[in-house]
Design a protein around this ligand. Structure first.
Ligand code: 572
Ligand code: ZN
Length: 349
């Protein structure tokens, strides 16, 4: 039977509809993927509900979804790394491969990147999607499609830990116990951190964080940064060598600077307000290195290997599951903030 391409199309703000679209054919260097799982990211919810993130504004109909795994269903001309039937995970950002940053190996910073579900670029929440074959990675048999989808948020966490330079025996603070913070915590532990302390304003999220591996947690229940910093130092047995901000909160930017060990590194992943205040004298006088971390670069092979070898377990992070036909329920669940990762199964039942 010929399949149809049921797709979750965002027409404009708050107008998300399931519609049948033509099945895309792979062009030269591309593969067609029969999608199996797509995780919902905070940005998908944001584009759906608010229509924009910063100056990225939904202006034309676009598909959502950029955390994806599936099966190669067709191979375009010139593709040699994949074949029909391969189980794969998709890296959603395809850079130009030509610019200085791409050539320098920092392709996550390419100004001409195509990135799934970031306007004007369409996403992959559909039965079928075509993608550049060099940004599609084979999954070992023991890695599930859901784990394949989780490689995307795991990659954000891995890149942040690489930017921080997390080392064996290091103490790490991660602010924000959402999917990205949890993935950063899992990576920090796998990279040899002696302790990872997570902070959040929600005690339930902290309880979940401890369940999946955080060695300690600190509830942010005060506006006093010094008070929280002191609790984190006690929890870790000393100031963190590395801090990762994954909450987007102004408070945590200040917390990161104040709490990090003198001479340590503070990496900011979370996107909050466009401008935040930092205690600059503290930063300068204690040589705190503040670094940005943008998406990821060259993370899929390592993330796949870490999941396949059992060194990182992302399975518990998937808390809710829906079929593609139930996309609206899935988005409402993600928006409600319950659980951690909402996963959509795109395979026709
Ligand atoms: O999984 C990658 C990812 N990156 C996000 C958000 C959600 N998921 N970013 C935050 C927003 N920026 S952006 O540059 N932008 C809207 C394109 O402000 C990208 C990274
Ligand atoms: Zn995302």
């Amino acid at each position: 039977m010929t399949d149809t391409n049921l797709s979750a199309v965002l027409y404009k703000v708050q107008h998300l509809r399931l519609v049948d679209r033509p099945i895309p054919e792979p062009k030269q260097g591309e593969v067609q993927i029969s999608m199996r799982t797509v995780g919902i990211c905070g940005s998908d919810v944001h584009y759906w509900h608010s229509g924009a993130i910063g100056h990225f504004v939904v202006k034309a109909p676009m598909l959502l979804g950029h955390e994806c795994a599936g099966v190669v269903s067709k191979v375009g001309e010139g593709v040699t790394n994949l074949k029909e039937g391969d189980r794969v995970a998709i890296e959603p950002g395809v850079p130009c491969r030509q610019c200085e940053l791409c050539k320098d190996g920092r392709y996550n910073l390419c100004p001409d990147v195509f990135f799934l579900a970031t306007p004007p670029d369409s996403g992959a929440l559909a039965r079928y999607h075509t993608h550049a074959a060099d940004f599609v990675f084979k999954l070992p048999d023991n890695v599930s499609f859901e784990e394949g989808s989780m490689i995307e948020p795991l990659s954000v966490g891995l890149h942040a830990c690489r930017r921080a330079g997390v080392k064996l025996g290091g103490r790490v603070m991660v602010c924000g116990a959402g999917p990205i913070g949890l993935c950063a915590m899992l990576c920090a532990k796998a990279m040899g951190a002696a302790g990872v302390c997570m902070t959040d304003i929600d005690p339930k999220r902290l309880e979940f964080a401890r369940k999946v591996g955080a060695t300690s947690t600190v509830l942010v229940d005060t506006k006093d940064v010094e008070e929280v910093a002191a609790k984190v130092r006690v929890a870790l047995g000393g100031a963190p060598d590395f801090s990762i901000e994954a909450s987007g909160a102004q408070f945590c930017v200040e917390l990161g600077v104040v709490t990090t060990k003198t001479g340590g590194t503070f990496v900011v992943v979370g996107h909050g307000p466009t401008h935040v205040q930092i205690p600059i004298v503290n930063t300068v006088a204690r040589e705190i290195a503040i670094k940005g971390s943008f998406r990821y670069v060259n993370t899929w092979p390592a993330a796949i290997a870490m999941i396949s070898s059992g060194k990182i377990n992302v399975k518990p992070l998937v808390t809710h599951r829906f079929q593609l036909e139930e996309t609206m329920d899935a988005f409402n669940t993600a928006k409600s903030g319950v659980g951690v990762k909402v996963m959509i199964n795109c395979e026709r039942q």
